[in-house]
Design a protein around this ligand. Structure first.
Ligand SMILES: [Zn+2]
Length: 561
């Protein structure tokens, strides 16, 4: 296994017969997947997703991959392949197309329908190239072949990339459910055929590489869902990802069998299910779906609601119901079916949500107390199968945190891939495939780009540090009126304090700190307000830390008398 080092430098020129691979996202993290391939001066991008912020990134909407490495070469991009329609694979597309709108966007029918709807909201009309499993089509020096994969959203594709430097197989997100609802299984025969021809570099989904065995089938959830519908005395409220068409299909079928009508709640749920139904991916019995206001007129035991918010997102329907901030009032006798698992980092929000719903008297059925969720990703057993079928020359695990990448790399080695042909790379690490051997050769910029309300890249790590300090330590604003002649305080300073616990006279000793600092500044000939503010911020900060063992954000305002 080759481990990249933090001191990696700018990569050398790519040899003429080489293929360069750079993950700009999704390596060392779960989310914002984006892989860039470079060959004969042209670029091919596979996926462009977003990462959702964690608790230590307050006020951030989403996190994008850093496009700076390809920004001045966007004209060389021959295509953007979208493996499937999940946000962590397509969420960044509007931001990429803002920089060059006519990049060909290549994907399956459902994936393209979902991205088209998303781009409408951004007022971008994309150039869409629809493909299906079995299709083979060249884009510049990249000869692409698409293969069916099964995942937690329909119509996923793996992509084979033939180049004069070698053949790559990128699985996208996948698992090997042998009995999927749509009977569209992962094309292992295609994987084997490519393997027979020779796969030089195999990029595989690492998300579940630590989980032993095989991921269960979506159909295995039927008994637990049936149990909920058989026993629920009143309303059933189901939360799920708005893209999990097959999970929602099971809920619709069971609801229909039990004589309940269904209403969709939440903008993305209504939108995605509309798209899925229109294209035939979601099969809805006639008259089953009704508008919410009609559903509310039915007896409670005849009603099912399907809503967003399975991750505890505060603005989504389920969290608003739990906070009594939604016209649906959750109460005694209601059953909540949370048909999903926690995306890492969301565990606290989800636990809070379950508590709030329980407090109103609802019965909450979730992954922790019933078999109502299976993963969308291949477990270790499936990955090992793939390595044995494909027999790749080189392996580069993708989609995962470090632990997942490492576990996946070990699986490849266990099946006989030589250790020095297994590359663990994190975001920005440059991997070159030259003469059949993949190696780490350098590193390019691949930081976090924060989307914060209307700005892209406006909020920085420093902004987030201030926000964390405000949240955890509070803020002290110091108003100091300084005599411009003497450089001394003209009046006693004012302290405005928020989020910081203190006694009434706790800041009295700070006056002395301010006087001393001003005297030192005067002695050094410093009179500039901005410089004075910097000195005061530092000295008052030190004093506050000594006095209170806290580090509030200190904002001094120096005003000339
Ligand atoms: Zn996915």
């Amino acid at each position: 296994m080759s481990h990249p080092h933090p001191e990696l430098q700018k990569p050398p020129r790519l040899p003429k017969n080489g293929l360069r691979v750079v993950g700009l996202g999704g390596l060392g993290e779960i989310g914002r997947n984006m892989t860039v391939f470079e060959h004969h001066g042209k670029l091919l991008i596979v996926d462009c997703g977003v990462l959702f912020p964690e608790e230590h990134q307050p006020g951030i909407d989403v996190i994008l991959p850093d496009f700076s490495w390809i920004r001045d070469r966007l004209d060389s991009v021959v295509g953007l392949v979208l493996t499937h329609g999940h946000e962590d694979h397509i969420g960044g597309v509007p931001y990429l197309l803002r920089e060059r709108a006519d990049i060909p966007v290549i994907g399956s029918r459902l994936t393209l329908a979902l991205i088209r709807e998303k781009l409408k909201e951004h007022r971008i009309v994309p150039k869409l190239h629809e493909v299906a499993e079995g299709d083979r089509k060249p884009y510049g020096p990249f000869d692409l072949e698409f293969l069916a994969v099964n995942h937690s959203i329909p119509d996923g594709l793996a992509v084979g990339i033939r180049t004069s430097a070698g053949t790559v197989l990128h699985t996208g997100d996948f698992k090997m459910d042998q009995f999927p609802l749509d009977r569209r299984i992962t094309d292992l025969r295609g994987f084997a055929r490519l393997g027979e021809e020779g796969v030089d570099l195999f990029l595989t989904d690492s998300t579940n590489a630590e989980v032993p065995g095989f991921t269960m089938s979506e159909r295995d959830l039927a008994p637990a869902i049936e149990q909920v519908f058989r026993t629920a005395p009143r309303r059933i409220i189901v939360s799920s990802f708005a893209s999990h068409v097959h999970r929602i299909q099971q809920v619709l079928d069971t609801s229909h069998a039990h004589g309940r009508k269904v209403a969709f709640v939440g903008r993305s749920m209504v939108r995605n299910m509309g798209v899925a139904q229109e294209l035939g991916y979601l099969k809805v019995p006639k008259g089953l779906i009704v508008p919410l206001d009609q559903l509310e007129k039915l007896p409670a035991h005849k009603a099912t609601l399907v809503c967003t918010g399975s991750q505890g997102e505060p603005m989504a329907a389920l969290a608003r119901m739990a906070n009594r901030d939604h016209k649906i009032r959750v109460g005694e006798g209601d059953t909540i079916l949370m048909a999903s698992s926690a995306v890492p980092g969301n565990e606290n929000a989800i636990s809070g949500l379950i508590n709030n719903l329980s407090r109103w008297g609802a019965q909450v059925v979730h992954k922790g107390n019933a078999k109502v969720h299976v993963s969308g990703h291949a477990s270790a057993g499936e990955l090992v199968y793939c390595y044995n079928i494909v027999k790749p020359r080189n392996v580069m695990p993708v989609h995962g945190e470090w632990r997942h990448l490492k576990a996946n790399a070990q699986l490849a080695i266990d099946t006989g891939v030589p250790e020095d042909h297994v590359v663990i790379a994190e975001d920005g690490v440059v991997v070159d495939l030259v003469e059949g051997h993949a190696k780490v050769v350098g590193k390019v910029r691949a930081g976090n780009v924060y989307v914060d309300a209307q700005t892209v890249g406006g909020a920085t790590e420093a902004t987030l540090k201030d926000r964390r300090t405000l949240a955890e330590e509070g803020v002290v604003t110091v108003l100091a009126i300084v005599d411009a002649e003497t450089g001394k305080l003209a009046d006693p300073p004012d302290f405005l304090v928020r989020g910081f616990v203190h006694e009434p006279n706790a800041f009295d000793p700070a006056v002395q700190v301010i006087e001393k600092t001003l005297a030192r500044a005067a002695a050094e000939g410093i009179g500039d307000a901005q410089q004075l503010e910097q000195m005061l911020s530092r000295e008052i900060g030190r004093w506050a830390h000594r006095a209170f063992r806290r580090s509030p954000l200190i904002i001094p305002l120096v005003i000339d008398a």
